[in-house]
Design a protein around this ligand. Structure first.
Ligand SMILES: [Fe+2]
Ligand SMILES: [Fe+2]
Length: 471
């Protein structure tokens, strides 16, 4: 295997030093990236020493090392999973052909669009999270936030490497623009809706890493199957990092649930808000918001793009090779509930046109497992209430349900009915200001804010009261 070259300015396992032109282009991009990081990253914590993991290999075991690092000194680099010898394209019209090592000319624009759309989410999330360090509920959480931030930065590097290496001048231009768009900026926003939503509290952050990073997981899974081999290998390695982001979300919300349940048990009939914690209805509203917004990220239910991307062997299904036996998706249909002119009907949609929905279903199923994990915490505390995932029709801005109102069970509502109930289903201004009022930093090692339970263990075998962030 190719080991990681840490001698170069840009750590990599792609033998960057053997391609001087590319190396120069990326070294030219590096200071611009750092300028962006200094302006839009967790700026106020640049002098802190953070206990971060850094990739030292790309194999499944032992790929990371831990140590205190200042974030601007983090070794962002280019790491691709090992090539698979003689890899063949696994799906679509090019099924069985040799995987592409160069961009297939006829699909250049589609491929670039797929890569840029994925790439844009990486810096966007860093921007969304940039102020959260000031209100971290513990040093452990602060460290996890920064770990996620530096890895999203590295994911940007991973995508920019592909743009620079395989797309020439327009790839370099796209790479520049990735540093110019800004999350939530009305004139120059990030590409996808969820990545322009403010992430102003740690409850938003935990829901974001639970649901929005999970969208990332499924997008990466489908791109890890790509016939364009460099993209597939890049995404495979990114998936190993992504797992930690979802862990942060899953367990972060879980610890909130734990604390809330403990208070409900200790003080029956009273609201956890009386004790400076979160009540389940508020938590449910945040779940409703972030899960529905992230559900939009899969695009329209019936889509010619999905057919094009799959047909051209650029974007597969999640676990295409492991889970599916038929890989052309031709002469098959998927039955969808189609909502049109205010009515539902069943429609047999050609499978390739329904693949956004196929991926969305995988996502929903995975989310449901997370909800069940939280409900087990409630059950263990003897609490009867349960959390739930809203119906996929709820609060959608994209696809056939956009522009219509549905309740969390998926029932059609009039605008009036929706407005009357809106604040019971989505965070109200009052909820948001309550949640924000809880966001007070806790900086002493091992201490936790009162609205969240401690995690069962620390990071990388370190104790919970370890000094994860120093200086
Ligand atoms: Fe990422
Ligand atoms: Fe992520």
């Amino acid at each position: 295997m190719t080991s990681i070259d840490y001698e170069s300015k840009i750590p990599n396992n792609v033998e960057l030093s053997s391609d001087k032109r590319l190396q120069r282009a990326l070294e030219h991009w590096l200071p611009k990236y750092l300028d962006w990081w200094h302006a839009m990253g967790p700026t106020d914590f640049e002098t802190k020493d953070v206990y971060l993991r850094t990739a030292v290999g790309v194999d499944a075991e032992g790929w990371a090392q831990f140590g205190h690092v200042k974030m601007p000194d983090y070794r962002w680099g280019i790491f691709l999973a090992e090539p698979e010898k003689g890899r063949k394209i696994g799906f679509g019209d090019h099924l069985g052909e040799d995987a592409w090592q160069q961009v297939p000319g006829e699909y250049r624009n589609w491929l670039r669009r797929i890569i840029v759309t994925q790439a844009d989410t990486e810096p966007a999330s860093v921007e969304q999270q940039r102020l959260l360090g000031h209100t971290a509920p513990s040093m452990y959480d602060l460290r996890n936030l920064f770990q996620v931030n530096v890895e999203e930065g590295r994911h940007l590097w991973a995508m920019v490497y592909i743009l620079h290496t395989y797309f020439g001048k327009d790839g370099r231009e796209e790479a520049e623009e990735l540093l110019e768009r800004r999350s939530g900026n009305p004139d120059h926003p990030r590409i996808l809706g969820t990545f322009n939503e403010p992430c102003e509290s740690w409850l938003d952050y935990f829901c974001f890493t639970m649901f929005t990073d999970r969208d990332g997981k499924f997008q990466l899974l489908s791109l890890a199957e790509s016939g364009f081999d460099p993209l597939a290998r890049t995404c495979r390695f990114m998936l190993t990092e992504e797992a930690h982001h979802m862990f942060v979300g899953q367990t972060g919300v879980g610890r909130v649930v734990q604390r809330t349940a403990e208070l409900m048990k200790a003080h029956p009939g009273r609201s956890p808000r009386e004790f400076g914690a979160l009540d389940l209805p508020t938590l449910q509203k945040y779940i409703n918001f972030w899960s529905s917004s992230s559900t939009d990220l899969y695009g329209a239910e019936i889509s010619s793009n999905s057919a094009n991307f799959f047909g051209s062997s650029l974007k597969g299904r999640a676990w295409e090779m492991k889970k599916h036996t038929e890989h052309t998706a031709l002469d098959q249909v998927k039955e969808l509930d189609v909502f049109e002119n205010g009515r539902f009907r069943k429609e047999q949609v050609p499978l390739r046109n329904a693949l956004n929905e196929v991926l969305r279903e995988e996502f929903i199923e995975d989310n449901q497992k997370g909800i069940e994990y939280w409900n087990r915490i409630l059950a263990e505390q003897g609490i009867a209430e349960r959390l739930r995932l809203p119906h996929r029709r709820f609060n959608r801005q994209i696809g056939m349900y956009a522009g219509h109102r549905f309740d969390p069970d998926g029932n059609l509502l009039t605008e009036e009915q929706w407005q009357a109930k809106r604040d019971e289903w989505l965070p109200s201004l009052e909820d948001r200001s309550y949640v924000k009022s809880l966001m007070k930093p806790v900086t002493e090692p091992g201490k936790m804010a009162g609205w969240i339970a401690p995690p069962p263990k620390g990071i990388n075998g370190q104790p919970l009261d370890y000094e994860y962030v120093k200086g």
